[in-house]
Design a protein around this ligand. Sequence first.
Ligand SMILES: [Zn+2]
Length: 267
Amino acid sequence: MRVIICSLILFFMVGIVQAKNLLGLPDDLIQGGFYVGKVAPGSAVWLGDRKLKISPEGNFAFGLNWKQAGMVKMKLIGPDGVVHPQRLMVKKKKYDVEHIDGLPPKMVAPPAEVLQRIRADSARVKKARAIDSDRDDFRAAFIWPVRGRISGNFGNHRILNGTPKSPHTGMDIAAPKGTAIKAPLGGVVTMLSNLYYTGNTVIIDHGFGVSTVFAHMDTVSVRTGQQLTQGDQIGTVGATGRATGPHLHWGLNWYKERLNPALVLGK
Ligand SMILES: [Zn+2]
């Protein structure tokens, strides 16, 4: 009898472990995290109410909101039509409060005459982030676009010249002006512009809604539509737009969801 009970417990434990691994995801998810999973070809995967894009090989990607907390409900429907509900825990990330002083007042509260430009800027960025291509560069391991001291973390609550602003949407890497910025993954340049807040800005599409943005660049050495291999130089570090000194503001997105770039980098 004891052997039967032990076998049953073992059976259920193995069942739980296997159920989680069906999506090919890590055991611990973190808010603001980016994840690539793999399932049997012909499967369907849902994140909450959202059906995820899946490649013919069964690869998929998604990101979690920076404030996502508790449990996420996912669902796998295998090629055989069997439904496997999945519940994954999301760990919280600690975000700090960051004070930045000495910014020109017009950069903190933009004058009325630039509001139209700012709206046009954000529409262009939004359009680039909505691109839904089939490329699969997102499956590779990211490399640092620039090596340097992290001078601003993702998710920090920013107080600019004493005024609370929306949280920091990327990661700041301090480096001397002119330092080469490299493509962290292969991809295609989908937007290139001089924007009011972020200065010389480049967006690269890595497929399946995954994109990265590079801001405050001094020079830009790519053109829109250019295909990039991981490590290709896209320009140099600068301080254009709203910046107090030369650094790269690097952002990672899954469609419009802003993700934490630090979580995809190796040490
Ligand atoms: Zn930044």
